[in-house]
Design a protein around this ligand. Structure first.
Ligand SMILES: [Zn+2]
Length: 436
């Protein structure tokens, strides 16, 4: 936390703010998360807000820890802790109010400090154009909780979308004349040794929180409500692949749409190429990259959504054990560092032939193969056909016009297909044929 507040040349700063270009990050702001307001944590009313606040329009969200000399024990009443900070800031430090705009305890409860749009006292004499969020704890001694981090991200996503801040790109903080990420740690503006005469350097917000801020920025950037950098995958040009079919091509040169996938916490700053596969039998699917240079990663998604990432990811492959027949999966090749390398992608999955009855297959004749308009099949008398299906190379079952041994295949696009037979014993077999 900061040690004092510097008052700045207001007129100049108002001018600077008015002249700042208006970034259009978000069409619709992220919702402000619920919080415990002043009367919630100070119900007696004896921890009042300052009577004459100075307002500021934040260009930067500054993250702090409270840096207490202890780890708060389980069962701590954090309302009393917030009251104690108020008391220290007002009665000991002589400030007009608690220094932070917001505080967050380890249970994920947000407390209103000075609140929205009020200049705080937290950023080493450089408070203008900032808002200060303090996670209660000492993150040199402990790690922040998941609940607290999530609320930090929610609060930052609201603030960033409300103020049109591009959290992923450093921007000039006019008061400090530093280029800082709009979601930064206190120490980014006041490292040790301190460049400012009014405060010594600080480790705030503690190494264990500070080291997570790059991920917090990415996560905020991925909020659906934060449209400046939506974690949106474009699947409209997905390249269809069949099981066992090798894709060989170039990595995409488009701009990056996805910055992270739910399967891991890797950052993916490069563009994506999307493939789609529909296995025809239940079982594991494996997507494996080869013949590439640079840093390409591959992910299997249950839908066109990076948060719907399935299975496990290794340096050059992704495996999902429980794929279902007939369901489509998106396989994304993402170049982390923008590597524009060519690559091969092979997706293995169980094909219907793997699980079928070879005796039945030997009894069936399909002709001509390749076929253009009509495909014929012949079965011996002992085989009673229960069902016949055409499956395309991507595992999709197609409408069929079967005229007792003759199928009209003229509407089908050229390509590789299977004719799948199911007999009276529910035995299945598939015969591969080609439409030309
Ligand atoms: Zn601090």
């Amino acid at each position: 936390m900061g040690k004092s507040t510097c008052y700045l040349k207001m007129k100049l700063l108002v001018l600077v703010i008015l002249l700042s270009p208006g970034l259009e990050i978000s069409a619709q702001d992220c919702e402000q998360p619920n919080y415990c307001d002043r009367l919630c944590w100070g119900p007696q009313g004896n921890h009042p807000a300052q009577s004459n606040p100075a307002f500021t329009d934040p260009s930067h969200i500054i993250v702090h820890h409270s840096g207490d000399n202890l780890i708060w024990p389980v069962g701590t009443d954090f309302k009393l802790v917030v009251q104690a900070y108020w008391d220290q800031h007002v009665n000991t430090n002589g400030w007009s109010d608690i220094g932070y705009n917001w505080l967050i305890d380890r249970n994920g409860v947000i407390y209103e400090g000075r609140g929205d749009g009020v200049r705080g006292a937290h950023f080493s004499c450089m408070n203008q154009s900032t808002t200060g969020i303090c996670l209660i704890g000492n993150f040199e001694l402990e790690a922040p909780s998941e609940a607290a981090l999530n609320k930090l991200k929610d609060l930052s996503a609201w603030e960033a979308s409300d103020k049109d801040l591009d959290v992923l790109t450093p921007s000039r903080h006019n008061t400090s004349q530093l280029d800082l990420f709009p979601l930064s740690g206190h120490r980014d503006g006041n490292p040790s040794p301190a460049p400012h005469s009014c405060a010594s350097g600080t480790v705030c917000p503690g190494q264990n929180l500070y080291s997570l801020l790059p991920f917090a920025r990415i996560d905020v950037g991925n909020y659906q409500c934060y449209n400046g950098n939506p974690n949106l995958l474009d699947c409209t040009d997905a390249v269809s692949l069949g099981c066992g079919e090798m894709y060989s091509g170039e990595a995409s040169l488009d701009s990056s749409g996805v910055f992270s996938y739910a399967c891991n916490n890797w950052t993916e700053t490069g563009p994506e190429r999307v493939h789609i596969i529909t296995p025809t039998a239940d079982g594991p699917i494996k997507a494996e990259l080869s013949g590439f240079s640079g840093d390409l990663d591959v992910y299997i998604l249950g839908s066109c959504d990076p948060s719907d990432c399935l299975g496990t990811v290794t340096s050059n492959a992704a495996i999902y054990e429980e794929a279902k027949a007939g369901q489509s999966y998106f396989v994304v090749v993402d170049s982390d560092d923008g590597s524009a390398s060519g690559y091969q992608l092979l997706i293995s999955c169980p094909s219907p032939v793997d699980t079928e009855d070879p005796n039945l297959a030997s009894l069936i004749t399909v002709f001509p193969n390749p076929a253009h308009d009509w495909l014929h099949y012949r079965l011996p008398a002992q085989v009673k056909l229960q069902k016949i299906e055409i499956i395309n190379n991507f595992g999709q079952i197609l409408q069929i016009d079967d005229r007792q041994g003759t199928i009209d295949v003229s509407p089908l696009p050229a390509g590789t297909y299977f004719l799948r037979f199911t007999d009276q014993n529910n035995s299945k077999t598939s015969v591969r044929w080609v439409k030309n």
